[in-house]
Design a protein around this ligand. Structure first.
Ligand code: TRP
Ligand code: SF4
Length: 526
């Protein structure tokens, strides 16, 4: 997460209802940059879907058993591959949630979103992990170890105060987790400089420790799966998406076997697959011996019966090349990086008819899903990791209280969890709003809750789990019944209360932190 958080482009929902569109929705000409160490700007969240392939959270909301209010209100707006996590949650299967914090300053209300997300997953039965990214803070931000220790303590106290259970979950710091470092080393063997250059813009001046902090984060992300593979969600801001994508890639690269579907000796792309399927299903129409359709026969049928297109054409030419080879569906295991013993073990483990080739095995009596499971089982048996690609969820950045970005260099723009409750009160009182110039206009036109940092405070934090309250604020605002003065007074009082309560809880969890298995003082120098 970066502190420089831009304004969201469209409205937050006060409740589980439909999204509230605003004029800002129509703009959308702005830049989207996802830079984990820069100031990430997301002026148009839709671009994250279109350009980066992040999926809309709303589409899977129904599949989440008892969604968190941040999910219900659209604060968590996007995800990658969250379905397996939601499924595991529903079925009572193992799953995990992990996120990391760079201890660069005080924890603020933006970090609270992530703390809450981890805690919620823990309460839903997941294995929860929170880590202190001290290596990253030292290498990418140049913090000293003393500074890091002080900030880390503050992050951890807030996390515990908000409800993280350190006995059920795990807390660690990157520098002190040997398993993470070992895994980072292994993963680093599969990533090279050109790749980091392309993803992060690293160049000849980038120091080696910074690169090491990247593979460390990759290891963090996969760490919950070291004992056994399980769906794992990484709750973060969208600026961390490049890391998530690389981690998903590396997880896949570490796998011993690839599983694909094929119809003959040649490899098939996902686009070609449906055409081959259709040709196989229609075999009775064209094959001289329907028990044994030939590839050439299928090629002929395909070019006569399917609208031409890239995938059809390439499928046809592959079929033609295969000539008299029989066309027959099979599940294929590709040997990617298995040891000889593991490959032999796989062959042994396949039931039913199979054919062994150089570098792959075809199984004729095995469904794709069963094949995936088998491949993972064999991999684990032969000391592989068997990683599932990690999932992620993304939350919106909060708007600064002074309008524009929330920035740690402008104290009035953000609220630290350590702010004196009176200061918190004052900051809210002097916040920018989405109100009109005069009370009369506000009564007539209604306020612009969708563009109001104060409304955001209600939706992200102050209304808590109470959807009705959030909706009431929203409706009253846009309906012109609510005026900014009173609205801010109410928000400011709630903020004061929240901070006082949170800080009291921080004191109460001091002992819990002392007992937790995390190194609070680094022995490092510099
Ligand atoms: N890079 C993250 C940040 O800047 C911190 C981090 C380190 C992290 N390891 C992680 C986040 C693993 C999520 C998962 O804040
Ligand atoms: Fe924002 Fe409240 Fe004013 Fe509406 S009434 S614009 S929510 S401060």
């Amino acid at each position: 997460m970066t502190d420089d958080s831009p304004a969201p482009d469209d409205g937050l929902r006060p409740d589980g209802g439909a999204g509230t569109d605003t004029e800002a929705d129509a703009e959308g000409a702005d830049e989207v940059a996802l830079d984990p160490w820069g100031s990430s700007s997301v002026d148009d969240y839709r671009k994250l879907f279109e350009e980066f392939g992040i999926e809309e959270f709303d589409e899977i909301l129904e599949g989440v058993p008892t969604p968190h209010y941040l999910m219900r209100r659209g604060v968590i707006f996007g995800h990658r591959d969250y379905r397996p996590v939601a499924e595991a949650m529903r079925d009572g299967e193992p799953f995990a949630a992990l996120s990391g914090f760079m201890p660069t300053g005080d924890p603020h209300i933006g970090h609270k979103l992530v703390f809450d997300e981890i805690i919620w997953h823990q309460q839903q039965g997941g294995d929860a992990y929170a880590l202190i990214a001290d290596l990253e803070a030292h290498s990418a931000r140049g913090l000293t170890w003393d500074e890091i220790d002080e900030h880390s303590r503050n992050y951890l106290l807030s996390l515990l105060a908000l409800g993280f259970d350190p006995e059920e979950g795990e807390l660690y710091r990157q520098s002190d987790n040997r398993e993470v470092q070992d895994l980072a080393f292994e993963l680093g063997a599969d990533a090279n400089f050109s790749e980091l250059q392309a993803i992060y813009g690293f160049d000849g001046e980038t120091d080696v420790s910074h690169m090491q902090s990247v593979v460390t984060q990759m290891a963090d992300i996969l760490y919950p799966q070291l004992e056994e593979p399980k769906p794992t969600v990484i709750p973060v801001g969208p600026d961390q998406d490049p890391h998530v994508r690389l981690a998903r890639d590396l997880a896949e690269r570490m796998r011993f076997f690839g599983v694909t579907t094929a119809y003959a000796s040649f490899e098939v792309t996902d686009e070609e697959l449906p055409h081959l399927e259709a040709a196989y299903d229609a075999r009775a129409e064209y094959a001289e011996d329907p028990e044994l359709p030939r590839c050439v026969e299928a090629a002929e049928w395909l070019s006569a019966n399917r609208t031409a297109g890239g995938a059809v054409e390439s499928a046809v030419s592959k079929l033609e090349n295969a000539g008299m080879e029989p066309l027959r569906p099979r599940t294929r295991f590709l040997d990617r990086r298995a040891t000889e013993a593991a490959f032999e073990g796989l062959i042994e483990a396949i039931d039913g008819e199979k054919r062994v080739f150089e570098g792959h095995v075809d199984a004729f009596d095995l469904e794709r899903e069963a094949a995936e499971t088998l491949a993972r089982e064999v991999e684990l048996e032969y000391d592989g990791y068997g990683f599932l690609p990690p999932s992620s969820i993304y939350h919106r950045f909060m708007t600064g209280l002074t309008g524009g970005k929330m920035s740690s260099s402008i104290p009035a723009s953000h609220i630290s969890l350590l702010d004196d409750p009176e200061d918190g009160y004052d900051k809210v009182k002097s916040a920018t709003t989405g109100g009109r110039e005069t009370a009369e206009k506000q009564r007539e036109l209604g306020g612009r809750a969708d563009e109001c940092p104060v409304y955001e405070l209600y939706a992200y934090l102050l209304a808590g789990d109470d959807d009705e309250f959030a909706k009431e604020v929203y409706d009253e605002c846009v309906g012109g019944e609510r005026l900014c003065g009173d609205c801010k007074e109410q928000a400011a009082e709630l903020m004061r209360e929240f901070l006082a309560d949170h800080q009291e809880k921080r004191e109460e969890v001091e002992a819990l932190l002392e007992d937790a298995e995390i190194e609070l003082e680094s022995p490092r120098q510099g």
